[in-house]
Design a protein around this ligand. Structure first.
Ligand code: ATP
Ligand code: MG
Length: 233
């Protein structure tokens, strides 16, 4: 189903019960237009990763309504959610999470095992994606034979291989030096310009400034949505 909104979150909450209840998300309302580019900032423990995990259907909300690409994801079965994740969403994490014994192209082709059967070979598709993110000359390398920036590019290629409409990234530049981080942000900017919706969590102001808007969080709530203007600087 097509929709002009990528994400509509209406008063979503998530409480964790480990000892004292923690209101990790406490009534968050947020609308993200399709194709938008959003950064999420806030102190440690403010609920940024929790929000991203909810948008990514990696965990479920306790209260409120969450609609992604026109689908009420709170209403889905576990199986429906898994299928939705693999076809509509892509994830990138700070720690890359590549499989250490798999070559770059094998890591990238992993999500193809769970999605629809590809029309062409898995390797060819993985190669195209690695080429797209700038590591087409590293397809047969193992993760420990790659630099940090190259590893993150492989992880991004893996997130993109099923052509998700929404890309979620939790501190994707957190383990990278400034220059490599900037090159990863240029890649996200390109994906945004091509029409992918991007939401990324960061602690760094200069990283957030690549986005169109910054969502500021404190104690599980949004305190401000700060517009930044046009992307493509
Ligand atoms: N699976 C969980 N079980 C219990 N508590 C959790 C869980 N996940 C998060 N929390 C708690 O929810 C709150 C928000 O955590 P979250 O990871 O979303 O913060 P964050 O803003 O991403 O922080 P950081 O910048 O340090 O990554 C924290 O107090 C955390 O301890
Ligand atoms: Mg976090």
């Amino acid at each position: 189903m097509s929709t002009e909104h990528s994400v509509i979150a209406d008063s979503i909450s998530r409480t964790y019960y480990v000892g004292e209840p923690v209101h990790a998300l406490d009534g968050v309302t947020l609308e993200l237009p399709a194709g938008s580019f959003t950064a999420v900032m806030g102190p440690s423990g403010s609920g940024k990763s929790t929000l991203l995990n909810m948008l990514g259907c990696l965990d479920t909300i306790d209260e409120g309504t969450l609609t992604i690409h026109g689908r009420d994801v709170g209403d889905m079965s576990e199986r429906e959610r898994a299928m939705f994740r693999s076809t509509e969403l892509g994830f990138v994490f700070q720690a890359f999470y590549l499989m250490p014994r798999l070559r770059a192209w094998e890591n990238v082709s992993l999500p193809l095992l769970f999605g629809e059967a590809p029309t062409d070979g898995r390797r060819a598709r993985a190669e195209r994606m690695l080429d797209r993110v700038g590591v087409g000359d590293r397809i047969d390398h193992l993760p420990n034979e790659l630099s940090g920036g190259q590893r993150q590019r492989v992880a991004i290629a893996r997130a993109l291989v099923n052509e998700p409409r929404l890309l979620l990234a939790d501190e994707p530049t957190g383990n990278l030096d400034t220059k490599t981080g900037a090159s990863i942000m240029e890649l996200f900017t390109e994906l945004h310009v091509e029409g992918t919706s991007v939401v990324l969590v960061t602690h760094e102001r200069y990283i957030a400034e690549y986005a169109e808007q910054v969502v500021h969080m404190v104690d599980g709530r949004i305190t401000e949505i700060e517009p930044l203007g046009e992307v493509g600087r």
